[in-house]
Design a protein around this ligand. Structure first.
Ligand SMILES: *[C@@H]1O[C@H](CO)[C@@H](O)[C@H](O)[C@H]1NC(C)=O
Ligand SMILES: *[C@@H]1O[C@H](CO)[C@@H](O)[C@H](O)[C@H]1NC(C)=O
Length: 509
């Protein structure tokens, strides 16, 4: 029988028990590799300083919580701060140190031979920066338990038999993530011999096949890896699209029900347990991650080139958020309402030691300041509404800044970058995405005097004196010190101009 999954919260505990620890360790290795590749750009030597047992040592120290727990959004914090640009660099692993120019994913359409739509075609994109996907048109048959997708040629159509292995989660090389085999059958003879059984269910709507699990459960990855790519793949169908979900996580579908339901009016299919042969005229296999937490409009399918600002506008609809833009009218009516600034106060490491002093500095700059520790288990709708009421979001680099997606367009995000040459990853993870959302991005880099690492280690420690050497020694130490052991004590005198810039931006609206 079919196996539609209604979004809900069942199965969390068992899923967490089965997958969480393994997933975390797996994720950590990915991060290490990522960092290693990316750091080639500035590390000239000493890559051998990373030993194979290093990641485990750090991983063991981390507290791992289930996605629904209070600190759930932090459970994969090992990944949240990494540059995550690995795949962009992978095809270019030369040692020249140059950042390769980004190319649009090459379309691999059966050796460039065009197919008429009525005879069926498979177009795969296997050279994107992070992900592989295939688009199929024609007689498309999906065997979920067999993890196979087959395009059966129309009678009389002669085509070459071709096969692709597509990992339906949009970051390549996720360990433990099974591929789906996409086959374009060849001659009618081949088709007769290999065609899957006749359709047991025929869908009029197109479908998108993708995987959950992976790095989801971290708030930032939920958006960067799944919600944004799923929006790219499915928004143009205006709800008339079926989601075929591999590695299904009912808790996740429940958590983001408002978004998933608005993208697809059908119940999601639990692909791994689906014994039907489902037939479609149109199917996309895999999700495409264009860039971290964002969209490259020129790569988006369909005639309407979607942007990241379209995504946040869509979220405002999905969660019925009242504010599309900060309506301050400060210039016209000074004093009518103070702009509101939300300080994200993390519960542990990378905290503001003097959060109350920072709040007072914000008040002195003319804001109404609120300090919050957004909890991972709060219903997303509640979080979205709370954040939408603000004009400025201020936080130390971390998953909590993902809440920027709920701000009104034209609002300001201030990212506080901890000490240790972390600006590059800070910009990749939040700086660029925030600008793409149509928000104003401001960055405040912490000086060593503002870092608790200085008093912890003293001025002569290499972590303080020479961050470059720490980067050269590998991800392990960067994660351990700059991300794991550091809190910040903001010098509010030094910080004041950043607050003024935020205010000026809002006044100019
Ligand atoms: C789906 O594929 C599996 C594995 O190849 C196979 O055993 C099963 O019979 C297929 N299902 C149908 C309905 O053809
Ligand atoms: C704080 O910043 C100001 C301005 O940059 C500087 O003059 C002052 O020395 C700093 N205070 C401390 C305690 O570092």
């Amino acid at each position: 029988m079919g196996s539609e999954v209604k979004p809900g919260r069942g199965g969390l505990r068992t899923w967490a028990q089965r997958h969480l620890n393994a997933g975390f360790v797996v994720g950590f290795f990915l991060v290490l590799f990522t960092y290693f590749v990316v750091s080639r750009q500035f590390a000239i030597s000493a890559p051998n300083a990373v030993t194979t047992n290093a990641p485990r040592r750090v991983a063991d120290k981390q507290v791992i919580r289930a996605p629904g727990d209070t600190e759930g959004e932090e459970k994969k914090r090992g990944q949240e701060w990494q540059p995550k640009a690995e795949e962009r660099l992978l095809p270019h692993q030369d040692t020249s140190g140059a950042v390769p120019a980004e190319e649009s994913p090459k379309r691999d359409d059966a050796d460039g031979k065009p197919f008429a739509a009525e005879t069926g075609k498979v177009v795969c994109s296997t050279h994107g920066p992070y992900s592989d996907t295939c688009d199929l048109d024609g007689d498309v048959r999906v065997n979920g338990t067999g993890r196979s997708v087959t395009l059966v040629p129309a009678s009389g159509q002669l085509s070459e038999r071709r096969e692709w292995k597509i990992q339906p989660y949009p970051r390549r090389h996720m360990l433990g993530m099974e591929d789906v085999t996409v086959t374009q059958l060849g001659s009618p003879l081949d088709a007769a011999a290999a065609a899957p059984a006749a359709c047991t269910v025929t869908h009029d709507a197109p479908a998108v096949l993708f995987a959950l699990g992976g790095l989801t459960g971290n708030f930032w990855h939920d958006f960067s890896d799944v919600l944004v790519p799923l929006f790219i793949a499915s928004r143009r169908f205006d709800g008339e699209v079926v989601f075929l979900v591999s590695n299904v996580q009912p808790w996740w579908l429940g958590k983001y029900e408002a978004v998933v339901r608005r993208l697809s009016r059908y119940d999601a299919v639990d692909l791994d347990r689906d014994t039907e042969v489902r037939c479609f005229r149109r199917l996309t296999v895999g999700l495409s991650l264009h860039k971290e937490l964002s969209i490259k409009p020129e790569w988006a399918p369909g005639s309407r080139r979607l942007t990241m600002a379209d995504f946040t506008a869509f979220l405002r609809e999905a969660y019925a958020l009242p504010r599309a833009a900060p309506a301050l009218n400060l210039a016209q009516q000074p004093g009518t309402r103070k702009p509101r600034l939300l300080i994200i106060h993390r519960g542990h490491y990378r905290r503001f030691v003097n959060v109350q002093e920072v709040a007072r500095a914000a008040e002195a700059a003319g804001f109404e300041a609120v300090v919050k520790d957004p909890r991972g288990d709060a219903p997303v709708a509640e979080l979205a509404r709370a954040v939408n009421a603000f004009d400025v979001l201020l936080g130390v680099h971390g998953a909590g800044l993902t809440n920027a997606v709920f701000l009104p367009a034209g609002a300001v995000v201030i990212q506080v970058v901890p000490y240790g040459n972390l600006e590059r990853m800070a910009r990749t993870d939040f700086g660029e995405p925030v600008a793409d959302m149509g928000l104003k991005y401001l960055e405040y880099s912490v000086a060593k005097e503002e870092s608790t690492l200085l008093e912890m280690l003293g001025p002569d420690h290499p972590v303080i004196k020479d961050p470059e050497s720490v980067h050269r020694s590998g991800w392990d130490k960067v994660a351990e010190f700059y991300l794991g052991k550091q809190d910040v004590r903001i010098n509010v005198t030094r910080f004041a101009p950043t607050l003024q810039q935020a205010m000026q931006h809002l006044r100019r609206q």
